[in-house]
Design a protein around this ligand. Structure first.
Ligand code: LLP
Length: 416
């Protein structure tokens, strides 16, 4: 079998390490299932993002939806990122993490009035709006609060990002954004006295690996910005969204961000606008693994299964998007390899991590790492089957800290 490694998650003497700590040491302290994150990997990703785009010196807003643990948000802010938030809950967590309002972008296709009020009271840098009705609501609430709302319209460039349909957002058949024509009418309308249009926004989708759709969309937006300028409207910033892909498979060529940046930057560099990005997965995706224990191996007909103690309640991506997550042993031993499905304990056939994968014959009680679990892992977890939420551990060089504890059984009754 092949192993997925990077500078922060690697094998040394056949043992999987996170930075300088053996995974087994953390498992011995906290049990399984559990998530482990590497601060070094987060830093490395932020540094490589900034280096790739240095020609346009963008402002970077970490998309909190990828991993909203308050300590991860705090770490991302310490690394120089603002926050892109999508709900009152994410705004609350970003503020609690110490991100100031003017480093926060408030987004979302369906904001409630309470959320808009909370965002304005928190003096966020801007609200992204996606419909005329929403602009009108923001205008009314800003009037009530006696403030002027800084707003960017999210335009829908109608470009196919060629990613999984559930995480594609830049086509007019998706619910997101506004087509150029209605956006133009809104930008040039004088109806909204309490709105200050400061920028324009797009987001094409997630896990995008090719620069082509991004550049096509950027070109359309640049043309649109020039049309707005000709009508006398000068916007200050262009928010290009997130969506930069990561490597999920060992055999995959790693995503070439510098090449991506080299294609994109010249298109926007001479606009005289501040460029914003909102990456999530690119920062946290490969900064985390989910560690699980092998409970049983079993055979049904010709098929062999490894039944593990984590399931779709901890990482739903395989069940929801048929996503590939590499699964590898925490300790490598010389032994026979066979083809297995790796499945969880939940009463659903979609509760699996891997199908038809080459894996060694694992023994009961041994550990597997489900890789690339740092983005859209714990944030999409649930208590389905009344399973307590699992701990999250942040490794920082030679130390590790529990940044979320395991739920107790009593926690399952909270609020009931
Ligand atoms: N900005 C906006 C407006 C977004 O909607 C998203 C993601 C991002 C930024 C960050 O995208 P990223 O850089 O992380 O690709 N649960 C799915 C992904 C959903 C992404 C939703 N929006 C998954 O597990 O693949």
């Amino acid at each position: 079998m092949k192993y997925l490694e990077n500078r922060s998650f690697y094998y040394n003497n056949n043992k999987l390490y996170v930075e300088s700590i053996p995974v087994e040491e953390i498992v011995a302290a906290f049990g399984t299932p559990l998530y482990i994150y590497s601060e070094e990997h987060l830093r490395h990703q932020v540094d490589s993002f900034n280096a790739a785009f240095k020609e346009i010196s963008p402002r970077v807003f970490y998309a909190v939806k990828a991993n909203n643990n308050v300590h991860i948000i705090q770490t991302m802010h310490a690394l120089g990122c603002g926050a892109d938030v999508n709900s009152a809950g994410e705004l609350y967590k970003a503020l609690k993490a110490g991100v100031p309002g003017n480093f926060i972008i408030f987004a979302g296709v369906g904001k409630t009035e309470e959320e808009i009020r909370y965002a304005l009271q928190s003096e966020v840098l801007l609200i992204k709006a996606e419909s005329e009705a929403e602009i009108s609501t923001i205008n009314t609430i800003a009037g009530e609060l006696g403030c002027k709302a800084r707003v960017a319209l999210r335009v829908n460039p109608d470009v196919d990002a060629k990613t999984h349909p559930y995480i594609s957002t830049g086509l007019l058949s998706n619910k997101f954004g506004l087509a150029f024509q209605p956006a133009y009418s809104l930008y040039t309308s004088h109806e909204f006295k309490n709105i200050h249009f400061t920028g324009i926004d797009m987001h094409l989708g997630s896990q995008i690996l090719s620069a082509d759709p991004y550049c096509e969309a950027a070109q359309k937006i640049v043309d649109f910005i020039l049309t707005l300028r000709a009508s006398g409207l000068n916007l200050h910033h262009l928010d290009m969204g997130g969506g930069f892909g990561i490597t999920y498979r060992p055999e995959e060529k790693s995503f070439d961000l510098p090449a991506f940046a080299q294609s994109l930057s010249p298109l926007v560099k001479n606009l005289g606008m501040e460029i914003f990005f909102e990456p999530g997965r690119f920062f946290t995706g490969n900064a985390g693994i989910l560690v699980t224990k092998v409970l049983y191996s079993k055979k049904n007909g010709m098929k062999e299964f490894l039944v593990v103690d984590a399931g779709m309640s901890e990482l739903i991506r395989p069940a929801l998007y048929s996503s590939y997550h590499h699964v590898q042993p925490v300790t490598i031993k010389e032994r026979e390899e066979r083809i297995f499905d790796v499945v969880g304990p939940i009463c659903e056939s979609s509760d699996y991590f891997a199908k038809e994968r080459e894996l060694p014959l694992m023994e009961r009680g041994e550990y597997l790492a489900v890789c690339s679990g740092g983005a859209y892992g714990s944030v999409m977890s649930s208590q389905y089957n009344a399973r307590p939420r699992v701990p999250e551990i942040l490794v920082q060089n030679s130390t590790y800290t529990q940044i979320r504890r395991r739920d107790s059984l009593e926690d399952l009754l909270t609020g009931e």
